[in-house]
Design a protein around this ligand. Structure first.
Ligand SMILES: Cc1ncc(COP(=O)(O)O)c(C=O)c1O
Length: 349
C-alpha cells in the first residue's frame, strides 16, 4: 500500500519562493556605508540611468525602480493609456487575470481587453479581429490604445523576435503603443539569446516592466520607459502611488548589480536549464506536459490524487483546481534538486 514519507521539500512552487542572489546582497551592503540624497537623487540611481541607456541602446531609456511587477505594470500602463482607452493583451495575461484591476484603478478607468490567441500568445490575426470589432471614434466604446505583450506568457510560452515585430507592426498601424510585461524577461532573452537592444528595436516598445524579484533581487523591479512623455508622467504617478522610495539607492544598487556582467541573464539561464532537465524528465516518465517549456515553467496535467502523492514525497508546486500543476525553477534551483525530484517522482510509477 502507498505510504507517504516525510522528506526534505524541493520547492517548485514559484521563482518567488527563492531568496536573493549573493551579488545582490553584496551590492546592498556596499550601498549601506554612507549617507546619500533621498528620493532617487543618489549616485546609484543616476548610474542606473546610464546603465539602462547603454544596455537598451536607447538614449531615452529611463529606469524607475518599484517594489513589484504589479506596481510596474499598472503604473506604466496608466501613463500609457487614456482613461477612455483600452489595453489589449492575451486573455491569460497577468495584468488581466492576477493584478486585481490595479491598472484600471491607476488608469482612471482604463480597461483591459483580453484576446484569444495561440498557445497563450497573441497573433496579428487576433489583433486584427479586435480592431474589426472596435467602434473607432465611437464614444460608447473604449478605444484600443496600448498593446501589452507578456514575455514570457503566464504559461511559459514565448514570442520570437519575428512574432513580436509582426504584432508591433499591426498594433502601430492602428496607433497603439507597445508595453512589455517582462516580469521574467531575462528568461526569454537568455533562452533565445536575444540582446536587450534587439528586443527594444524589434518591438518598438515604449515601456518595459523589467522583472528582478523573481530572478534574484529583493523587492526591486523597475519600469524602463523609452518615451520621455511616459517618463514625465511616471515622475508624478509613482510618487502618488507611494513608489518613490526615500532610500531608492538600495533598489538602484541592486538593479545595477543585477544588470552588471549579465548577472540577470546568467541567473535566468540557470533557471531555464534546470527546467529543461526537469521537464525532459517529466516527459520521459510519460507525464502530460501541456506547453513547450521555453523558459523556467512547466505545466503538467495531473489529477488531485497524483498531485497529493507527489506532495507527500516533498515535491512542492502550484496545484490548480482544474487539474493541472505548475512547476517553476529559479536561479537557485540546484541540479541535485532536479535529480532528486525526478528520482522521487519516478518512484510513483
Ligand atoms: C507575468 C507576470 N507579470 C507580473 C507579475 C506581478 O509581479 P508581482 O507579484 O511582483 O506583483 C507576475 C507575478 O507573478 C507575473 O508572473
Amino acid at each position: 500500500m502507498y505510504q507517504p514519507v516525510m522528506m526534505t521539500p524541493i520547492d517548485f512552487r514559484s521563482d518567488n519562493t527563492a531568496g536573493a542572489a549573493p551579488e545582490i546582497l553584496e551590492a546592498l551592503k556596499k550601498a549601506n556605508t554612507e549617507t546619500a540624497p533621498a528620493y532617487g537623487q543618489d549616485r546609484w540611481t543616476l548610474e542606473l540611468q546610464e546603465r539602462v541607456r547603454e544596455l537598451f541602446a536607447n538614449p531615452h531609456a529611463q529606469a524607475f525602480p518599484v517594489m513589484s511587477g504589479t506596481a510596474a505594470n499598472s503604473l506604466v500602463l496608466s501613463a500609457m493609456c487614456p482613461p477612455w482607452g483600452s489595453i489589449l493583451c492575451h486573455e491569460s495575461a497577468h495584468i488581466l487575470q492576477s493584478e486585481c484591476n490595479a491598472t484600471s484603478m491607476f488608469g482612471g478607468g482604463a480597461s483591459i481587453r483580453g484576446l484569444a490567441g495561440n498557445g497563450h500568445l497573441l497573433t496579428p490575426e487576433s489583433l486584427q479581429d479586435a480592431f474589426k470589432n472596435t467602434g473607432w471614434g465611437d464614444n460608447h466604446q473604449s478605444q484600443p490604445s496600448v498593446l501589452s505583450l507578456t514575455l514570457p506568457s503566464d504559461f511559459g510560452t514565448s514570442y520570437t523576435l519575428d512574432q513580436i515585430s509582426a504584432l508591433s507592426e499591426t498594433a502601430k498601424q492602428r496607433g497603439l503603443s507597445i508595453h512589455v510585461d517582462g516580469a521574467r524577461i531575462a528568461n526569454v532573452l537568455a533562452g533565445q539569446k536575444i540582446s536587450p537592444a534587439q528586443l527594444v528595436r524589434s518591438s518598438g516598445v515604449s515601456a518595459l516592466s523589467l522583472g528582478g524579484v523573481k530572478n534574484g533581487t529583493l523587492s526591486a523591479d523597475a519600469i524602463v520607459s523609452f518615451d520621455p512623455r511616459i517618463s514625465e508622467q511616471l515622475h508624478y504617478r509613482l510618487k502618488r502611488a507611494g513608489h518613490i522610495a526615500s532610500k531608492m539607492r538600495f533598489q538602484s544598487a541592486q538593479l545595477i548589480a543585477y544588470l552588471q556582467d549579465d548577472l540577470w541573464l546568467r541567473q535566468a539561464a540557470r533557471a531555464n536549464a534546470a527546467m529543461a532537465r526537469l521537464s525532459a524528465g517529466f516527459m520521459d516518465m510519460g507525464w502530460n506536459v501541456l506547453h513547450p517549456c521555453s523558459v523556467n515553467m512547466a505545466f503538467v496535467q495531473m489529477d488531485e490524487s497524483f498531485a497529493q502523492r507527489l506532495w507527500d514525497l516533498g515535491l512542492l508546486f502550484h496545484r490548480h483546481p482544474t487539474g493541472w500543476a505548475r512547476f517553476v525553477t529559479s536561479f537557485a534551483t540546484r541540479s541535485e534538486d532536479v535529480d532528486e525530484a525526478l528520482r522521487r517522482a519516478s518512484s510513483l510509477r
